[in-house]
Design a protein around this ligand. Structure first.
Ligand code: IFG
Length: 509
């Protein structure tokens, strides 16, 4: 067993003594401290207190008789104290959010102190991870001192709801599990080639024609709001990705002139390629569409994609060829791609949003806004890419080593755990531009039936890499904490697959 019990991700500074206190559901409560700037009107906290009380005592908590009498070493209260006047209780988490907290578990009260609600949420999760059952089935917690904050600010999970539709409940369940692992970004790869499930008010025919089914396989505006609020009250940002100009086949079903008609010889072949970059109608559409997107999603950033653009269709189209000649692009289609992306970025900038883009946009020399976040995903030489992107001065996030949709036999969590995001060669200035990373679970082979077991606990390895100190790398200690952490997720109802041979005191059922 680890001297840090089953804490996951490992806090920055933690001391756990061997003095244990008992706590019972009839004599323990989580309350706003007297000096806290938060009061019971902050429902984000009130809901969290109840959620974590249920996690600690299990939904089967016995309403034992209010004994009133408290034992000699019984912990009766966890007092929550928000120390800054602006608690951000009604706000949205952002890249700059203060997520730090201090947790002191002593008699007679445990105290959780944090500047903002985001640190309280993390502190409640950590407190719930300190509680264990002794051999009599009594809940215990040892006196502890914890001082914690994340190493990286952007700690995300990408889900793909286009290759397979993901029912809203599956997305909410995943947000819940993300919070148990202190992830704070849900990168919603919401549409792609096979389906367009996002219901747009401005262009309803996009999902009408582009979704797998126009009302059983769509996200209504209410669904989207529900996901955003559910994530907010767990300290999780929702960053939507509307990927163009490639990965847009489903867009063309509803917006018939949007995609490039491919030619075979002198005639259209009937198939379509990337967004047509030479029509004014394309940019009129994008202007209206991204104006709506900027109002639907409150986060400061949206992800514009830009990955894997296939040039063969553009090459086959005579109008495109003429455009290339007129603009002096020769046969360099990455110039045409840059032309498109440049126009798109200018459009999105007018909506006052920052944007993230996949690395090809940077690789193809597109002029980017200084606050652009470049998303490094291509496997192989990602350390070289991290060097190049940060040397160019761009904020960067890393996904390349964390494509969890690639499955294999064995304990691949260990490989994810051994990634060091700053392992590339570069100056301190360059390293500071790396704000974190994302584990990606693309949907070609994933839907509601296998999302959780495929994502968890493998993604938990990424969670610790992005939260804990750089020198937390011991795989043996990680196993000793992650194995019980996985069982805790199972106990909380998450069908998280096993890491390797072992057992859980309470197995999944
Ligand atoms: C940025 C990116 O990853 N683009 C594609 N690359 C391969 C993935 C599957 O592993 C998905 O198909 C994804 O759409």
């Amino acid at each position: 067993p680890s001297k840090y019990g089953s804490l996951w991700p490992l806090p920055q500074k933690v001391q756990i003594s061997d003095v244990s206190y008992k706590l019972s559901s009839s004599n323990f409560r989580i309350v706003d401290g007297k000096l806290s700037y938060a009061d019971p009107s902050c429902s984000l906290l009130q809901d969290a207190y109840r959620r974590y009380f249920d996690y600690i005592f299990g939904l089967t908590r016995k309403h034992g008789p209010k004994s009133g009498r408290t034992g000699p070493s019984e912990l009766t209260e966890l007092q929550v104290w928000i120390t800054s006047p602006d608690t951000e209780c009604d706000g949205y988490p952002s890249l700059a959010s203060d997520e730090s907290y201090e947790l002191s578990v002593q008699l007679p009260y445990a105290v959780l102190k944090a500047p903002k609600v985001w640190g309280v949420l993390h502190g409640l999760e950590t407190f719930s991870q300190l509680v264990y059952e002794d051999e009599y089935g009594v809940k215990n917690v040892n006196s502890s001192e914890i001082n914690d904050f994340p190493r990286f600010a952007h700690r995300g999970i990408l889900l793909d709801s286009s290759r397979h539709f993901l029912p809203v409940q599956v997305i909410l369940d995943n947000l819940e599990t993300m919070a148990m692992n202190k992830f704070n970004v849900f990168h919603w790869h919401i549409v792609d080639d096979p389906s367009f499930p996002f219901m747009s008010k401005t262009f309803p025919q996009l999902s009408q024609k582009g979704a797998y089914h126009p009302y059983t396989h769509v996200y209504t505006p209410a669904d989207v709001k529900k996901v955003i609020e559910f994530a907010r009250v767990r300290g999780i940002r929702v960053i939507p990705e509307f990927d163009t100009p490639g990965h847009t086949q489903s867009w063309g079903k509803g917006q018939t002139d949007l995609l490039t008609p491919c030619y075979s010889g002198s005639k259209p072949s009937g198939t379509f390629g990337p967004v047509n970059p030479i029509l004014n109608s394309t940019y009129d559409f994008m202007k209206q569409f991204f104006k709506e997107i900027s109002t639907v999603f409150p986060d400061a950033y949206i992800h514009l994609g830009g990955d894997e653009v296939n040039f063969s269709c553009w090459k086959s189209n005579p109008d495109i060829q003429k455009f290339m000649t007129d603009h002096g692009f020769g046969q360099d289609f990455s110039k045409l791609e840059s032309f498109y992306i440049q126009n798109l970025l200018d459009i999105v900038t007018t909506t006052n949003k920052g944007y993230m883009i996949w690395q090809e946009v940077f690789d193809n020399g597109v002029k980017l806004h200084p606050d652009t976040v470049v998303h490094v995903w291509i496997g192989g030489k990602s350390n070289e890419e991290m060097h190049n992107v940060t040397a160019a001065g761009y904020t960067t996030i890393l996904s390349a080593p964390w494509y969890l949709d690639y499955v294999s036999y064995g304990q691949d969590w260990r490989r994810y755990y051994q990634v060091e995001p700053l392992g590339f060669n570069g100056t301190e200035t360059q390293k500071k531009l790396v704000i974190g990373g994302e584990a990606c679970l693309w949907g070609e082979y994933v839907d509601a039936t296998n999302l959780s077991p495929r994502l968890w606990p493998r993604a938990s390895a990424v969670a610790e890499r992005l939260w804990s100190a750089m020198d937390v790398t011991d795989l043996g200690d990680a196993w000793n904490r992650l194995s019980p952490h996985r069982c805790r997720m199972v106990e909380r109802g998450v069908p998280a697959e096993p890491l390797f041979v072992s057992y859980c005191p309470r197995e999944y059922n």
